[in-house]
Design a protein around this ligand. Structure first.
Ligand code: SAM
Length: 342
């Protein structure tokens, strides 16, 4: 990697002391101060020199400095906590001093429109090589998991940063979630999140960072995962539709997957239509959910679509809604939890 020399800056540890930047527990802030590990994350994120980079949750700027050393054409950071303004301003000024451009947005990454952040000239065709746009973030776990689900949806629909082509991203997760994202068929960590991530991207678990490397130390270790969108997604089905089938497939871990698929249908026709799904998909009903490949789940989705087209009333049946009768405000949390808790 080619590296630039930024004007001398105080260490992140000194900055935290100087501006009294205590980590806020409510925002799950854990800072990474180990330069070797920071540089390792950045070196796994892509060829940043001359590219557009979006960093989410820069905090005091440890990763930000390492990104700037690679001299991107432009760095945009999105940070929710305005207490970091003096340190981020200092970095933007230092980068400006060597003719670089760093823009700072104080906002919630889950709420802003990311499509306007990048110039049109960076746009590539989907099946072309990846655009020179990279997304990097060491976010709190309670943000990174819902965010990856939201971004997988955007990848499927080629929206936001993926309107520019197959933009790569490198994000941190709680170690167990990172392992689930990459868990292959038959792996004990295989779950709905594995299938959804692997249907639209090629996720790679780069390395694990021990919790002890963070200040303050979280209770868990951290996995660094990079995602490259697939040229050809492993399904042609719509994201929400495929997600529904995958959710049902993983509704019981130890039972035959046909028992899970049956929950797609009302009680009176459950057995008959469940069996028909396996016949149409040419699959063994005794396979467990974690033994199904993405291709198998895609075939089940195609079979379900066929049945719903023949009998549209089936598509209106909602197993979970009728079972839990949750107040609407709670459903989002349950769905997200469901992704990690299999
Ligand atoms: N990147 C820094 C590092 O590695 O030391 C900070 C990491 S800390 C785990 C997560 C950072 O993300 C904090 O600075 C926090 O304020 C910020 N953050 C949390 N939720 C956010 C959100 N929804 N949008 C943008 N930033 C967020």
């Amino acid at each position: 990697m080619s590296a630039a020399r930024l004007p001398p800056l105080p260490s992140i540890r000194d900055i935290l002391k100087l501006y009294r930047l205590n980590a806020i527990k409510r925002l799950s802030q854990n800072f990474l101060l180990d330069q070797r590990l920071i540089d390792k994350i950045i070196s796994k994120s892509g060829h940043l020199t001359g590219s557009q980079v979006l960093e989410v949750g820069p905090g005091p700027g440890g990763l930000t400095r390492s990104i700037l050393k690679q001299v991107p054409k432009r760095l945009v950071v999105v940070e929710k906590d305005r207490r970091f303004k003096p340190t981020l301003d200092m970095l933007a000024d230092s980068f400006g001093a060597i003719n670089g451009q760093m823009d700072i947005i104080y906002d919630d990454i889950t709420k802003i429109n990311l499509e306007n952040l990048f110039p049109m000239e960076e746009k590539r065709d989907w099946d072309d090589k990846n655009p020179d746009i990279y997304i990097i973030g060491n976010l709190p776990f309670n943000v990174s998991t819902p965010l990856i689900i939201k971004w997988l949806h955007a990848i499927a629909e080629r929206r936001g940063p993926w309107a520019f082509g197959r933009t790569k991203m490198t994000l941190t997760f709680q170690k167990e979630v990172a392992e689930r994202l990459v868990a292959d068929v038959s792996h004990h960590q295989r779950c709905r999140l594995s299938v959804m991530a692997q249907t639209w991207t090629f996720p790679v678990l780069r390395f694990i960072i021990p919790g002890s490397a963070f200040v303050p130390k979280p209770d868990v270790d951290v996995g660094v995962v990079s995602f490259t969108p697939l040229v050809k997604p492993r399904t042609q089905h719509d994201f929400k539709f495929f997600e529904k089938i995958t959710r049902h497939v993983f509704s019981f871990r130890q039972k035959y997957s046909i028992r899970c698929i049956e929950t797609l249908f009302p009680l009176d026709c459950r057995k008959e239509l469940g069996l028909m799904m396996y016949k149409l998909s040419d699959l063994d009903p005794k396979l467990r959910a974690f033994q199904l490949t993405v291709h198998d789940i895609d075939r089940l989705a195609t079979a379900y679509k066929y049945l719903v087209e023949k009998h549209p009333e089936i598509g209106l049946y909602e197993y979970h809604a009728s079972r839990h009768l949750l107040p609407l405000s709670n459903t989002r949390d349950i769905v997200i939890e469901d992704y990690v808790e299999t």
